[in-house]
Each structure stands twice: as structure tokens, then as C-alpha cells.
Design a protein around this ligand. Structure first.
Ligand code: ADP
Ligand code: MG
Length: 716
């Protein structure tokens, strides 16, 4: 059932859609015409030949050439008879959804019929017969752990492989294995970077995977750099535009947008900013300065309606201000100008500090060139770089793969769940940092997910299959112990969304803090504050208009609904572990209600705890001694609690702990992690005084005695 281009073209040109047996729509024909102009389209024949010949193909092209939307359709028609599925993975949920939506339109079918999308906590858009499924790499990985031969699929397309996310890396390893187990399984690895040599080496046995690079027309893009202090006049190109006072990338970008509007030919503008708040601030400033312009933000946490707006055609000049989501995964047509701040937000794990830190860091040269390439798709473009050419030259050539800077608990569990591989000997495309791997194994042992020989336990297998982070899975288990399972599941759901349920629209951020949180605030716990708000929302009477209620309470109805759906799924996935009594929500009126939740949080999040610096409202993480402030919106600010657990350590201008709960020292000092942790102890094997002394005069004596007793029993 190999297809030829002629056959498929005839099918596409026909009157009736074979998938729906209805006549094709007007819109379909319009899109078909556009699709046939994409560079990938002209290579359909060559592609099919390769696809028939090889099991693994590495395919690269510039962004916007049609890889994500067209290649899966080529495969779809080729595999139409096979009844097996085709998966196309994306690192981001937004990209999976957007691609599936677009492709459904291109195929003139309803989303969820032949084409659908699937990601963690949301798989509504897929029926069992859906043949082409766009999904996040993480979602396919969870499926693959339980089905290592990918038996439901005839072809796996790993898209955006150049992003090298952790799930993509693990998937590639599992696929490398699977093609040897199943000769009929096809794998296509798609990348937007031309340097595919690493992938090629990785997939060189048992058969060499060919690399296919699709070239197409790309117009020249001029580069402008900001004037650097040490640069000579001659190295400047038209530096007058960006006179080098260089106050900040935000101001600079606004000034350049103004310049483009006033002095350059019309054309859409794409501005890259590191994070959401920069995006919003820049949008606000540009709207004030450039009134006739359509200014649109784009970042992954935006609602899909807002995101879709960037694709809409308009007669106005469009200025999209985006995070690096617009770098390769989404293509906005008609971009002529790119403004690149040279920075991106990235999550970095520091295994020694045991902290995941969200930080703003310089991008790589490869990223900078990708950003530049967003201009010049339809005609020559211009890229304004808000840094000097020297700075560009000093950037790393390529982005470090995430595995080298990620926290690895999930990864270790997933690799073990997939086949009890030895994570040290696992066939990684790039090896993770040994220290991070060691930490992950240690912490998984502490949580009971790995045994003493670092083999996965029954509980570990369940944690791996669960859609939430192991640390939250662990905290829910503690919730069962302390009789607050339902609450802990809700708190875990509340902690698994990308956004807070409390809205802080940039313009009204301070007002929002006043109308929102305080009504639900619990003086001991931000986690309980979240729970209070969520409970109030979910218990609203049927006739209450939830949207306006949310508005009046500074909450986001959309995020709360997302939490609700995660909550339902988590509850469902835990039913087998819970008995009848656990399913009863604990009573608010019970005096132990709050204490139990705090105890469960203490026992679950003990890796992430901090103690107050005496006499100050600052904290130090335990036992690594990293200083941080409480996040300003925390209900705990000023309350001077001695010891807290937190959900995240954030680094921006200052270091902050977000979503905190007060815990009592005696709850966590008893945990093996603290009682036996080497890091807490000095050379003499005793718990270092500083950890104990500072805050717990009350329990100090007792603790030290206890620890001394423990020490003497473990001394050789
Ligand atoms: P690649 O994966 O090679 O970057 P895509 O398949 O994502 O390319 O996009 C090919 C073209 O399809 C884009 O240049 C754009 O014109 C169009 N396109 C893709 N997705 C959308 C969408 N959601 N809305 C409108 N146009 C789209
Ligand atoms: Mg793509």
C-alpha cells in the first residue's frame, strides 16, 4: 500500500473527501493552494521514496517549511490502510494543539476524528480510531513506558528534536531500541537545525539513518547589533538606530518598534522577550507609543483564544511580542522584522543546592539565528539584536540539552519503569550530569520509589505512571497517611498547572493582590490558601455565574477549570489506592484539619524546606543555606514562621520562595532525610549546630539528644 504523489494529488484534487465522504469545503481548497507552496510539498515524492526505504529518517529544514503540518499528512495517506496510529510529538502543549487544529482544517475533518491531540491531563480530542495524534513528548513517553514496542503505532514522528527536551531524549533512546524489536515501526526525527550529526551518529546502528535536508527559498535577513561600548565606528552597521544608551532590552525594543513604524516599510514585527512579564510590559508600552499597531502577546500560559489571535490576518501592522515559543514551534506569516533581546527563561537544576531555579539566561548562537530566521520568510527581512556583535560571538554555539541541566527524578523513574534499565548505562544521547543523577536516585530512595539497589519499587512504578511529578505523588501518599488524601490531591492539582489560579493582570497586579488572595488566605499556608479558593469555587451554587464571581475574587475561571479537570483525573488515578474513608473530604471544622495538611506537606516536600534567619524576614534553605525571601504575595510574609516548606525557588532580581507552608521542626527532624543526612552533619558526625540552633531552642535539647542516640547506634 505504498502511495505515489500522483495518487495522493488526485485524491486531494477530487470533489469528495474520502475521510468524510462529503464534498470538500471552499476553505479546504484555499488551504490546499497555500500548502502547495510550502517547500516540503515539492519534496513529497522524494520523501515518500525514503520513507518506503528506511526505518529511521532524520529530516531537517528551516522553520515554516511545512514539517509539522505536512509530513504527518504525507505519512497519514501512506499508512491510511494500516489502521495503526501515527504520533507526532511536540515539546509544548500549545504547539501540539495548534498543529492538530490546523491539520484538521487542512484535511477538512472535525478535530478529534482522524486528527487529534493529546497531552498530560487533556486527551479529549482523541477517539480510539483517531489515526494521526499530535501529542507532547512527555505524553508519548508515559504511554511508551508501558508499551515499549509502540505497538499501537506504525510511525512515530519526533518533531522539534533540536529542542532536546528531557522527554524527547528518553523517547529517542526508547525508539532506538524499539526499531530493533519491530521492523515495521518507522521513526522520523524532525529538527529545525541543520546540524544533525549527533543524531546521525546516535542512529547509525544497526542501520544508518539517512539525513534529509529540505532546502527552500529563504530571503536575506540583515543584522543590526546594538552599539557596544568597546566597538569601533567601522564595525557598526547603521548603529544610529539603536543609539547605545542601552537602558534595558525592554526600552530598546519599544524604541525599535517605534523606529520601524516611523521609518521602515510596513511589515509585521516579532519581538522576543525572555518571560511572560516582560512580554506583557513590552506590549503595554508599545500600545501606548504605536497606536495604529495590532500588538499581541504570545506565551505558552496564554489561553488558546488569545494565542490564536497572532495567526489572524489583519490590515494593520502586527507586532507580536513572544517568549521563545515563537522561535521554532509556531510560524507567524508575514514577519519582516525581528527584535531579539538575546535572553530566555530557563529552568536550571542545581544538584548541589537541590534547587530548581527559573532564571533568565543568554540564548545560544543557534537560537539567535533561529530567531533571526523568523524574518525573511516571504521577503527580505531585518533582525535587530539588542546586544553587541562581541556578545554574539561569545554566546555558546548550541543550546545545552535539557538533560544536562534538569532535575532528574521523573527521568530516572521513567527510564526504570520503561525497562529496568540501569540509568548509568542507559543509552543517552547526551549523558546527564552524574551529580544530578546521583541526587535523583538518592531522593527517589528516600521517597521509597527506588529500593536500596536503585531498582524501581511497586510504588515507584505507580509514581512513574502517574501524570504528576514524583514529589507530588509522594505528597499525596503522605496525605493518605495523615487522613487528608482528598485535600492533598487537590493541592497537587493546584500545583500542577503552569499558572496560578490568582490572576495578576499586569496593569492591575497590585489591585488584584488585594481583592484576591486575602479573602482566602491562611496565615500558616499558601497551599491552604489555594485550596480555600479552589473549594469556594467548586462549591458555588449552579446558578452562580462563575466567570463574574471569579472576576470579583481575583481568580481565573479558566485556570480553575483546568485544576478541576486535573483534580478529577488524579482522583480517578488514585481510587485504587484509597479506601472508602479516604474518599471523604476532611472536615474544615475538625481542629486537626489544617495540621494534618501541614504535616502531609512537611513529610512530602521535606526536600524543599527553609528556616528563618534570626530577626529577619528572610530564609535559608535547609540544608544548603541558600538565602531567599518569601514571594511578596505569600500570606506568610511578615508572620515570622521559623520553618517552612516551599514549592518553588525562583530567581529573578531577587531570590524568592513561592507557595510556602509553615511546618513544625519536630515533624521533619524525625524524617530519615534530616536525621541521617550527611549534609546536616559536621565532621564529627553531629548535626551541625547552625541548623538546629537558629530556630529551635524549644526542641533543640530533645533533638540533639535524639540525634546523638541515633548517631551512636550507626557509628561503626
Ligand atoms: P515547520 O514545522 O517546518 O516549521 P509548519 O508545518 O509548522 O512548518 O508550518 C508551515 C506553514 O503553515 C507556516 O509557514 C504557516 O504559513 C502555516 N501554518 C502552520 N500552522 C498554522 C496555524 N496554526 N495557523 C495558520 N497558519 C499556519
Ligand atoms: Mg515545526
Amino acid at each position: 500500500n505504498k502511495t505515489t504523489v500522483q495518487q495522493v494529488t488526485a485524491l486531494e484534487n477530487g470533489q469528495t473527501n474520502p475521510l468524510t465522504e462529503k464534498p470538500y469545503s471552499e476553505h479546504y481548497r484555499k488551504l490546499l493552494e497555500q500548502r502547495r507552496k510550502l517547500p516540503v510539498h515539492f519534496k513529497r515524492g522524494e520523501f515518500l521514496e525514503m520513507y518506503h526505504k528506511y526505518q529511521v529518517i532524520i529530516l531537517s529544514s528551516d522553520t515554516g517549511f511545512g514539517k509539522t503540518t505536512q509530513i504527518p499528512q504525507f505519512v497519514f495517506w501512506d499508512e491510511y490502510q494500516s489502521k495503526l496510529k501515527i504520533a507526532c510529538t511536540q515539546p509544548r502543549r500549545l504547539a501540539a494543539k495548534s498543529a492538530a487544529t490546523r491539520v484538521a482544517k487542512e484535511m477538512d475533518v472535525a478535530l478529534g476524528q482522524q486528527v487529534g491531540y493529546k497531552f498530560r491531563f487533556e486527551s479529549m480530542q482523541v477517539e480510539s480510531e483517531t489515526q494521526l495524534v499530535y501529542m507532547t513528548d512527555g505524553k508519548l513517553l508515559v504511554d511508551a513506558m508501558m508499551d515499549r514496542t509502540f505497538s499501537k503505532y506504525c510511525c512515530i514522528i519526533v518533531d522539534e528534536a533540536h529542542e532536546r527536551t528531557v522527554p524527547t531524549d528518553i523517547l529517542l533512546a526508547l525508539l532506538k531500541d524499539a526499531v530493533q524489536l519491530r521492523s515495521d515501526l518507522k521513526v522520523i526525527i524532525m529538527s529545525a537545525t541543520l546540524d544533525t550529526s549527533k543524531l546521525q551518529t546516535y542512529f547509525s546502528s544497526p542501520h544508518k539513518a539517512p539525513v534529509y535536508h529540505i532546502q527552500g527559498e529563504a530571503y536575506h535577513v540583515d543584522e543590526f547589533y546594538i552599539r557596544g561600548p568597546a566597538q569601533s565606528e567601522s564595525s557598526l552597521n547603521q548603529g544610529e538606530i539603536i543609539q547605545g544608551e542601552s537602558s534595558s532590552y525592554l526600552e530598546d525594543s519599544v524604541r525599535i518598534v517605534e523606529h520601524i513604524q516611523a521609518h521602515r516599510e510596513p511589515g509585521h514585527i516579532l519581538v522576543f522577550m525572555p518571560g511572560e512579564s516582560d512580554v506583557e510590559q513590552a506590549c503595554e508600552k508599545i500600545r501606548i507609543k504605536c497606536q495604529d499597531m495590532l500588538v499581541l502577546p504570545l506565551y505558552s500560559a496564554l489561553s488558546s483564544e488569545h494565542q490564536e489571535r497572532v495567526f489572524a490576518s489583519t490590515s494593520k501592522q502586527k507586532c507580536v511580542v513572544a517568549t521563545n515559543i515563537a522561535e521554532t514551534s509556531l510560524t507567524i506569516d508575514g514577519i519582516v522584522y525581528v527584535i531579539d533581546c538575546g535572553l530566555a527563561k530557563e529552568m536550571v537544576y542545581n544538584p548541589r543546592a537541590r534547587l530548581r531555579i527559573l532564571q533568565t539566561a543568554p540564548i545560544s548562537q543557534a537560537s539567535a539565528n533561529q530567531r533571526k530566521g523568523r524574518a525573511g520568510r516571504t521577503r527580505p527581512g531585518i533582525c535587530f539584536r539588542l546586544y553587541t556583535q562581541d556578545m554574539f560571538n561569545q554566546l555558546q554555539p548550541c543550546t545545552t540539552p535539557a538533560i544536562a541541566r534538569a532535575e532528574l527524578k521523573s527521568a530516572v523513574l521513567q527510564v526504570q519503569r520503561a525497562g529496568s534499565f540501569d540509568v548509568w548505562a542507559f543509552d543517552w544521547l547526551d549523558k546527564p550530569a552524574p551529580e544530578a543523577l546521583l541526587r535523583a536516585i538518592e531522593e527517589l530512595k528516600d521517597m521509597g520509589f527506588l529500593d536500596q539497589h536503585a531498582k524501581i519499587t511497586a510504588q515507584g512504578r505507580q509514581a512513574a505512571e502517574s501524570p504528576i511529578d514524583p514529589i507530588w505523588y509522594h505528597t499525596i501518599l503522605k496525605g493518605i497517611t495523615y487522613g487528608c488524601a482528598m485535600e492533598m490531591i487537590a493541592i497537587a492539582a493546584l500545583s500542577s498547572t503552569q499558572n496560578s489560579i490568582f490572576v495578576r493582570p499586569f496593569e492591575y497586579r497590585y489591585a488584584a493582590d488585594i481583592i484576591g488572595r486575602p479573602q482566602f488566605a491562611h496565615p500558616f499556608s499558601d497551599h491552604i490558601t489555594l485550596l480555600n479558593a479552589y473549594s469556594a469555587w467548586s462549591q458555588l451554587a449552579k446558578n452562580v455565574d462563575k466567570a463574574s464571581w471569579c472576576e470579583a475574587h481575583g481568580l481565573s475561571d479558566r485556570i480553575l477549570r483546568e485544576v478541576g479537570s486535573i483534580h478529577r483525573q488524579l482522583r480517578f488515578s488514585f481510587t485504587s489506592l484509597l479506601n472508602k474513608g479516604d474518599l471523604q473530604p476532611a472536615k474544615f471544622s475538625d481542629p486537626a484539619f489544617v495540621t494534618n495538611i501541614r504535616k502531609a506537606l512537611a513529610a512530602g516536600l521535606f526536600f524543599q524546606s527553609a528556616i528563618r534567619i534570626k530577626g529577619e524576614d528572610r530564609y535559608k534553605t535547609v540544608p544548603q543555606n541558600f538565602e531567599a525571601l518569601l514571594s511578596p504575595e505569600s500570606a506568610l510574609v511578615g508572620a515570622q514562621h521559623e520553618w517552612i516548606v516551599f514549592t518553588e525557588f525562583k530567581m529573578s532580581a531577587k531570590q524568592y520562595l513561592t507557595t510556602c507552608t509553615r511546618v513544625e521542626p519536630e515533624w521533619i527532624m524525625d524524617l530519615p532525610y534530616f536525621a541521617e543526612n550527611r549534609m546536616l552533619k559536621g565532621r564529627d558526625g553531629r548535626v551541625k549546630q547552625e541548623y538546629v540552633q537558629q530556630s529551635f531552642a524549644r526542641v533543640r535539647e530533645a533533638l540533639e539528644d535524639e540525634l546523638r542516640a541515633k548517631d551512636s547506634t550507626i557509628e561503626e
